[in-house]
Design a protein around this ligand. Structure first.
Ligand code: TYD
Ligand code: MG
Length: 462
């Protein structure tokens, strides 16, 4: 094989024909590393064009329609939800996350459920006995899995040819290397080249390919970032503040949604799906009312989840009052505090305001605004909000309470968990009545912030 070399920046992936001290693209220093590129590789690549196509490869859209995607459920509900029902033949997925989060555990559990599809689990990080040990610990002792502890790409491809798996798990992409390339395992060149080779293999054989990749807090290690554009699906596994809680999100998904989240808890016996997140997040919510606490229903993808917003408003001891938010965008807090100042004629300039979403979930849903506002007011006035109430609605700059998507679904979830009354926007309430949705919750409709505060605190004698 004829070899040619080039220099690739380990930071941004830029290719330079000559070595330089500084990357011309991202301007990082000492990041160019020599890489050997094989020439003539193109010729040996399998031709992906459909045979029936015209010689130029151009076809009509009507002719290009493929068969309906066949989905294979992984059997892990929280994972399937994110994938849109399961993995698709030939789908290449990147599962990225910090070390120790549970990537290997999750994939081994999924491999166990997918065993009927013939799974090849390749670990470059652990020995076969370590993998087997872990499998036993999570109850997959007698599962029929093909295991390999291998890091060299050629050997991995040989294993794939031998096993002919329907599902390939590679743990992790950073350990795989091709000896022909000069960079060590984990360098941009190795990661990209090995992933591309495996991807070709997966697309050709129709196997689903899971690539596991580590990201450090600084995102420094080459790997997941450079793969994002070549894979079909990028799954991010992250630990939220609550130690055992793990949140899986799809950042990119060619075959499914990206709005869904999957929730897991790390236990002695592996990852356990969180089937009732509302109950989990309200676990610490005692029925005893406390100043600064307000409950809302957030929508994560298609799933409504009850969350408790906690606010602490205290006199400030610094020239600039502090605004801190855990689980919520702090800029949103700035806007909401400004809105409260304007519309309730309150002054927060001598007060620090802290917000926390209990349970450690990070929430972007604007329907949480109202609960944030009421938690702040409740803490500022040192007055608990009556128990059994939820607050759902976006708060606009003019102080109006806006709508919340899928309100009926949110209300049903609050009802299920024993809540009695919901404070919602006036328009949202009218639309709900028109849609004919039935809820056993009593509804208080508020047009604006002052109205919502009044409704939130009013004693209905319930
Ligand atoms: P692991 O899947 O090895 O993480 P990653 O592949 O992302 O690096 O799991 C990491 C942690 O999970 C490890 O510290 C041990 C813990 N763990 C449990 O608590 N229970 C279990 O059943 C397993 C398998 C792991
Ligand atoms: Mg691992």
């Amino acid at each position: 094989m004829k070899l040619k070399s080039l220099y690739r920046c380990q930071q941004c992936g830029f290719q330079a024909p000559k070595w330089a001290g500084q990357c011309p693209d991202c301007e990082a220093w000492n990041t160019l590393v020599e890489e050997v590129v094989s020439v003539g590789k193109e010729k040996s690549r399998p031709c992906a064009r459909p045979r029936a196509a015209a010689s130029s490869g151009v076809v009509r859209l009507s002719q290009a329609r493929g068969k309906a995607l066949e989905r294979v459920p992984t059997g892990i509900g929280e994972l399937d939800r994110i994938l849109g029902g399961g993995v698709v033949c030939g789908q290449v997925l990147l599962l990225a996350g910090p070390p120790g989060i549970g990537k290997s555990t999750l994939m081994l559990q999924a491999a166990g459920r997918l065993a009927a599809r013939k799974v090849l689990y390749v670990s470059g990080e652990e020995s076969l006995s370590q993998v087997a040990d872990r499998a036993r610990r999570i109850g997959l002792g007698d599962c029929d899995l093909a295991l390999a502890s291998e890091t060299e790409l050629g050997r991995i491809l040989e294993a794939v040819a031998e096993v002919k798996p329907g599902v390939i798990v590679l743990d992790s992409i950073q350990t795989v290397f091709r000896p022909e390339l000069s960079g060590g395992p984990g360098t941009v060149g190795q990661v990209r080249d090995c992933a591309a080779e495996l991807l070709r293999e997966a697309k050709a054989s129709g196997a689903a390919l899971f690539l596991l990749g580590h990201v450090t807090k600084e995102g420094a290690v080459a790997g997941p970032k450079v793969l994002e554009h070549i894979v079909d699906t990028v799954l991010q596994f992250a630990a939220e503040e609550r130690q055992q809680l793990r949140v899986l999100r799809a950042e990119k998904n060619r075959f499914g949604p990206t709005s869904e989240i999957g929730l897991f808890e790390m236990t002695e016996g592996g990852l356990r799906e969180v089937l009732d997140p509302s109950a989990l997040f309200l676990e610490e919510h005692s029925s005893r009312p406390a100043a600064g606490r307000a409950v809302s229903v957030t929508l994560e993808g298609s799933r409504p989840i009850l969350v408790e917003v906690q606010a602490l408003v205290t006199p400030t001891h610094t020239p600039l009052p502090r605004r801190m938010a855990t689980g919520l965008d702090v800029n949103r807090l700035f806007v909401l505090v400004a809105s409260l100042e304007k519309h309730l004629k309150l002054r927060f300039d001598a007060y620090d305001v802290y917000i926390n979403i209990a349970g450690g979930l990070r929430v972007k849903d604007p329907a949480l605004d109202l609960a944030v506002c009421l938690a702040v007011v409740s803490s500022a006035r040192d007055t608990p909000l009556p128990a059994g109430r939820v607050f759902i609605g976006e708060v606009g700059l003019l102080g109006e309470i806006g709508r919340a998507g899928r309100l009926a679904q949110r209300l049903r979830e609050a009802e299920r968990l024993g809540f009695k009354r919901a404070v919602i926007g006036a328009r949202a309430g009218a639309e709900l009545a028109k849609s004919g949705a039935v809820t056993a919750l009593k509804l208080s409709r508020a047009a604006d912030i002052p109205g919502a505060v009044e409704a939130a605190l009013r004693d209905f004698g319930e």
